[in-house]
Write a protein that binds this ligand. Structure first.
Ligand SMILES: *[C@@H]1O[C@H](CO)[C@@H](O)[C@H](O)[C@H]1NC(C)=O
Ligand SMILES: *[C@@H]1O[C@H](CO)[C@@H](O)[C@H](O)[C@H]1NC(C)=O
Ligand SMILES: *[C@@H]1O[C@H](CO)[C@@H](O)[C@H](O)[C@H]1NC(C)=O
Ligand SMILES: *[C@@H]1O[C@H](CO)[C@@H](O)[C@H](O)[C@H]1NC(C)=O
Ligand SMILES: *[C@@H]1O[C@H](CO)[C@@H](O)[C@H](O)[C@H]1NC(C)=O
Length: 408
């Protein structure tokens, strides 16, 4: 008990001390919480398995970093990785579990480093919000764990299985507000973190948002899904790492309900638009169930049914929004299987406008809120900046800096 009290006292002293020096700078800047997208949180696994896919795979372990640990993404070992990272869907409860004997946890709640770097060793392929974090700390005097925080979550799962995240985020916002001399908080969200934050804000009262939220800054937010998600269900994705084969990671990716949530939204795609073209059949939004059966991923349709309600509620967030995204980067808008090639084969990717991952219409989704809320919606596309480049491009970092710089 005494140790706990001493710790609390020390903790409070640290807070008061930092908060004071913060105030002494004479600039009351809004504290920041970073909210990552798909793949943007660290993940730890602990094993106690009886069955493994290969004799080289470990059966037991303490918690270890599993996500984007490049040592695990090599031949054979990657099979162990996929078995440990995949989810098993139960269509009776509409929920998922890990492979038996695998325990997964998301470390570092509140700690910005857990979303600045995906690989705790800080190896560069795993850097994520790193440049934004460094800019805030080095150029603007933000302090990690005090005025700069992180909100990681299990990105494999859709909102229906991330209820705890929304509850914890509310507490994190309130706590950060208090720790920073009652300064309202700025939320910076990337990719799938955009719609995650939208759901969070939709659930709060206007009074709460007026008190606790300064603004929402979104970077490449997936407001209305993306055809890329269909492509991942069909052929997988190499996550931009050219050493990896798409088809290998596919076995894990297609088990993620969140990927079903990111499918093109009915609010943004018309029922007569062809998403997948083959010689014998064209698939539109109305044929998704058929498509998932034809590619032999029937759970994709279950994920869609479980998550569509989140896409359909596109109520404005009720806070000031800075909606930033890339544009004019080739982005898949249709899968085209040449005559003679079935959906088991490999399609040509027909490209349209977007940021390389998300179609333009989805990135621009925030424009629909103009006139639907009294707070301002600022919208700014950045030509030639792709979905990941937006996290490090100097023009965007400057823009974020400007938003957070208070006029004195
Ligand atoms: C591992 O699982 C076995 C059952 O398969 C159980 O008896 C054992 O207690 C577990 N070990 C740990 C450390 O949890
Ligand atoms: C659940 O899956 C089983 C086997 O895959 C299937 O027979 C059953 O119809 C499914 N139930 C529902 C409610 O979708
Ligand atoms: C933030 O706090 C956590 C938990 O107290 C600690 O483990 C972590 O090292 C801290 N991070 C920084 C950057 O100070
Ligand atoms: C699919 O759509 C294309 C382009 O609109 C069209 O030319 C083709 O005839 C359609 N194929 C089928 C099988 O309906
Ligand atoms: C950053 O974005 C700006 C604005 O779109 C663009 O002009 C510039 O080339 C980008 N910088 C890099 C290094 O890609």
């Amino acid at each position: 008990m005494r140790i706990i009290i001493i710790n609390i006292v020390i903790f409070l002293c640290i807070i008061i001390d930092s908060a004071t020096s913060w105030r002494f700078k004479g600039k009351e800047r809004s504290p920041v919480i970073l909210i990552p997208g798909d793949g943007g949180s660290q993940v730890e696994a602990k094993l106690n398995k009886t069955i493994v896919p290969h004799y080289l795979c470990e059966k037991t372990s303490d918690y270890f970093n599993i996500w984007l640990n490049l040592e695990l993404l090599v031949p054979i070992i990657i099979d162990c990785f996929i078995d440990n990272m995949k989810l098993i869907y139960h269509n009776d409860t509409r929920t998922t579990t890990n492979t038996p004997g695998v325990d997964i946890r998301i470390p570092g709640w509140g700690d910005p480093l857990s979303v600045e770097y995906l690989d705790p060793s800080k190896a560069s392929p795993g850097s994520y919000f790193k440049d934004i974090g460094n800019m805030l700390v080095n150029d603007m005097g933000y302090v990690r764990n005090l005025s700069l925080r992180g909100a990681p979550y299990d990105f494999r799962k859709a909102p229906n299985e991330n209820e705890e995240f929304f509850v914890k985020l509310k507490t994190l916002v309130e706590e950060t507000y208090v720790m920073n001399n009652k300064q309202p908080v700025t939320l910076i969200a990337h990719s799938m973190g955009g719609p995650m934050t939208l759901i969070f804000l939709q659930r709060q009262s206007q009074k709460w948002k007026d008190l606790f939220i300064n603004s929402l800054v979104t970077l490449g937010a997936v407001w209305g899904g993306s055809v890329k998600a269909l492509k991942v269900f069909a052929i997988g994705d190499n996550l931009g790492a050219y050493v990896l084969r798409e088809s290998i990671l596919k076995d894990q990716q297609i088990t993620s309900p969140s990927l079903g949530w990111l499918l093109p939204s009915k609010l943004f795609w018309k029922n007569n638009e062809i998403l997948v073209q083959t010689q014998s059949k064209n698939y539109t939004l109305l044929d998704l169930e058929q498509f998932f059966n034809d590619i032999n991923v029937p759970n994709g349709w279950e994920f869609r049914k479980d998550t569509e309600k989140y896409q359909e509620d596109f109520t404005a967030p009720g806070v000031e929004v800075h909606c930033l995204h890339g544009a004019k980067v080739g982005t898949v808008e249709r899968l085209y299987y040449k005559p003679g090639v079935t959906v088991d084969g490999y399609p040509l990717l027909i490209l349209g406008d977007g940021d390389g991952t998300v179609n333009l219409r989805s990135l621009e989704g925030c424009l629909h809120w103009q006139g639907k809320q009294k707070q301002k919606i600022y919208h700014q596309p950045f030509s030639g900046v792709d979905h990941m480049e937006i996290l490090r491009n100097a023009t965007i970092l400057d823009y974020i800096k400007t938003i957070l710089t208070v006029a004195t």
